[in-house]
Structures are given as C-alpha cells and as structure tokens.
Design a protein. Structure first.
Length: 193
C-alpha cells in the first residue's frame, strides 16, 4: 500500500476519513499512507475539500476541477492519481467524455471550447509554470472565465502537482484496477519527453 508504515488511526472513527468517504465515495490509499501525521491529513482534507470538492457561487464546476486534476496527473505520469480521479469522475456521474480520454488528449474530445482552453492552460501551468504570463490569463478571460475561476484553476493545478508528488513519494498503490490507465500513460510517455 505504501513505502511507509502507517500510524494508529482508527479508520472508522477518524473524522477526516469520514469526510473523505463522503466527498469521494471511498477512502483512498493516498490518505491511508499518511496516517503517521493525522494533523497533516486534516490540513489536506481542508484544502482539498475547500478547493476541489466545494463549489463556490461563480466558481469552477466540480467536473472542471476534476478534469484539471486528470490532465495534470496524466502529464505527470501519475498512475495513482489518474486512476483515482477517473473513478471519482465516474462515481460522481459527471458525464462527458471518458475520463481517460480527457486525461491524455482533452483537445480531441467533445468538451466545450472554453473547457479545452482551461485544460490547456492547466497543462501549461503544470509543465512550464515559468512560461505562464498575462496573455495566458487574458485568453481564459476571453472564454468567459472570471478571475475567481482562474484562481481556482491555478490552485487546482497546484493541488494536483502536490498530490502526484506525494503519491510517488509514498509509493501509493492504486485503489482501483490501473491496467487501462497504465496502458494509456505508457502510450503518452514518449510524447512528454
């Protein structure tokens, strides 16, 4: 499950784990692997819950944030996070294209052009953050995104990157069958070099 030995948290009574189950429909190994520091799990749950799960009026939709997570995780070759978020998208019945297709090639889906622009921005920020400039932000505005929505997109990219690094470092084993995602990512890897 992880490179590290877990702590003594009772998974059934630890309140953040209940919040996680309600938000995602299951308790990801990602959080189980961090039980040595329950305080950090609580902080992560608050951050992820406040940004990814909760939808503020005028903010990004949950599906858009999940799609950002998918695009960034695929670009970072995070089998764990792509597998988990594909299942989250399915479990939440968010509809739209297959989540694996969004992860690897969002431009060739039937997503609205505004969502494609948002995901292209997220991918650029994830891969080459130093190259993002005012023109990139202005382009998102031309697609109707507010500054609040752009801020949420930027923070979601940061959370995805954080989660990808954590999953790799912890050696987190995917919660679901990752065969399909591994095959998709192996085809994508040469293009990312």
């Amino acid at each position: 499950m992880s490179h590290l030995k877990g702590g003594g948290i009772d998974e059934k009574t630890f309140p953040p784990f209940e919040s996680i189950r309600q938000a995602f429909g299951f308790l990801p190994n990602f959080f189980r692997a961090q039980t040595l520091r329950p305080d950090l799990i609580e902080a992560e749950v608050n951050l992820i819950g406040g940004v990814l799960v909760q939808t503020q009026e005028g903010g990004l939709e949950r599906r858009q944030k999940e799609y950002i997570f998918l695009v960034c995780s695929a670009a970072n070759m995070s089998t764990y996070c792509v597998t988990a978020h594909c299942e989250i998208v399915r479990g939440l019945h968010l509809g739209g294209p297959e989540p694996e297709q969004i992860a690897i090639d969002h431009l060739n889906t039937d997503l609205p052009m505004a969502d494609k622009a948002l995901l292209s921005f997220a991918r650029k920020l994830n891969a080459t953050a130093r190259k993002v400039d005012a023109d990139d932000i202005e382009e998102l505005r031309t697609f109707g995104f507010s500054d609040q929505q752009i801020l949420e997109a930027i923070i979601t990219v940061g959370i995805a990157h954080f989660a990808n690094v954590l999953a790799y470092g912890l050696g987190t084993v995917p919660d679901f069958d990752s065969t399909k995602v591994e095959a998709v990512l192996s085809r994508l890897e040469p293009a990312l070099r």
